[in-house]
Design a protein around this ligand. Structure first.
Ligand code: ASP
Ligand code: MG
Length: 406
């Protein structure tokens, strides 16, 4: 690819130390040498963000969100300046910017702000002058002129949003793995890198445990910006995520994923009356708790059991709300189970193939893995199993659908 505008995003592991930063500088210069314009988005070095958060919590367990944003946004600023210096040393022109400097405008919700728009005039001017522009990821400036951050892992989102507003040909996401795999290679040894995914498949995989920022994929899909998820430490092609088209062969099952981040809440003996589920989930939504899978049993004797999953991080809040509600609407008991895992399979071809669910459940049965909950979308099937069986379940599905084969 030559003569294009490319946005490249380098994650924390790609800029973990000065040697890594020099490696990134060399890679960027190679692209510019081929006649491309390059806008770079960087994350904070290594675990900097975690370290900053730990320091804050040591001083004040309940820090103000505004001050957290002031603090966390510094991590990315360090990497941008060091990267610019590394590029200068190699004799090329580069200029670093914070999010506010280039007009990444967000709403006012500190630590989880949404990007509203990006003013691209400054960036375009510098790019037209032949400079490599380097922008701090994960941050912006709110409509109240306060520094904001976009939520953990938010640099992906900065990069994709920047690619969309600059009209880039592609957004490359550099990380420490070769791309998206058919399953987590640390769990399934013969997992292989996937060459192509559709946006929808990537969205499902990201939501089900693959390492990619879900909102970033949503933005990429909305503005049709192809993503290339690849390693900063090799020249191998990674995984390209794009709109479906002739380049992407339809796969019935493209990949499998496992997440242990969720917990299950069961409301026992819920009165079987209209409006009860609406009340439960309205209250949870009102507290910004995302509910994922929901299963309601067939009622007997006018009461039913209702189970759903939430992120473990939200469990205590979700339980509090559920218990409060239970008292008011006559739910007998509220149970929580953190000992669960969710395994999923994803592929656009599921839409037009039958028997996928049967094959999935049989594979788990053959391995004596009990399914506690099931949910499906047009292009995915997920099962909740006991946490200690999650890895075996992932391996069983990977094998059953022959994902190891090319
Ligand atoms: N540095 C931030 C974080 O660790 C943002 C990012 O890496 O994308 O969450
Ligand atoms: Mg990071």
């Amino acid at each position: 690819m030559a003569g294009q505008l490319i946005v490249q995003k380098y994650g924390g592991s790609s800029v973990a130390n000065t040697a890594c930063i020099e490696n990134v500088a060399a890679r960027i210069i190679k692209y510019v040498g081929k006649g491309n314009k390059v806008a770079v988005v960087v994350s904070a070095m290594g675990d900097t963000t975690d370290d900053l958060i730990a320091m804050a919590k040591k001083i004040n367990p309940n820090p103000s969100e505004r001050e957290m944003d002031m603090l966390m946004s510094t991590g990315e600023q360090i990497s941008t300046a060091l990267l610019a210096m590394a590029i200068h040393k190699k004799g090329c022109e580069a200029i670093s910017f914070t999010g506010p400097q280039v007009g990444i405008i967000t709403d006012t919700s500190h630590t989880k702000a949404k990007i509203l728009k990006i003013k691209t005039n400054r960036l375009k001017k510098e790019l037209d002058n032949g400079k490599i522009v380097i922008v701090a990821g994960f941050q912006g400036i709110s409509t109240n002129d306060e520094i904001t951050t976009l939520g953990r892992g938010g640099s992906d989102l900065s990069a994709v949003a920047l690619a969309a507003s600059l009209g880039a040909a592609i957004c490359e996401i550099y990380t420490d793995v070769e791309g998206i795999f058919t399953a987590d290679p640390r769990v399934v040894a013969d997992a292989r890198k996937i060459d192509y995914l559709t946006f929808d498949e990537m969205l499902e995989l990201a939501a089900r445990g693959a390492k990619m920022h879900t909102r970033a994929v949503e933005v990429a899909k909305k503005f049709n910006i192809p993503l290339h998820i690849r390693s900063a430490f090799s020249d191998k092609e990674g995984t390209i995520v794009m709109d479906k088209g002739e380049r992407i062969e339809e796969a019935v099952v493209r990949g499998a994923a496992l997440t242990e981040k969720e917990a299950k809440i069961t409301l026992c003996n819920v009165p079987d009356e209209p409006g009860i589920a609406a009340r439960v989930f309205t209250e949870l939504a009102g507290s910004n708790i995302n509910v994922d899978m929901i299963v309601q049993n067939v009622s007997h004797k006018n009461s039913t059991d209702l189970s759903f999953t939430v992120l473990k991080d939200d469990l205590s809040r979700a339980l509090k709300i559920s218990r409060k509600l239970a008292g008011r609407i006559g739910i007998k008991e509220v149970l929580a189970d953190e000992n669960i895992a969710r395994v999923s399979i994803v592929g656009v071809g599921m839409k037009s193939h039958h028997g996928v669910a049967a094959k999935c459940f049989s594979a788990l049965a053959k391995n004596k893995i009990n399914i506690e909950m099931i949910s499906t979308s047009e292009i995915s099937i997920s099962c909740v199993v006991k946490k200690e069986l999650g890895k075996a379940a992932l391996a069983a599905l990977h094998k059953e659908f022959e994902l190891q084969k090319k």
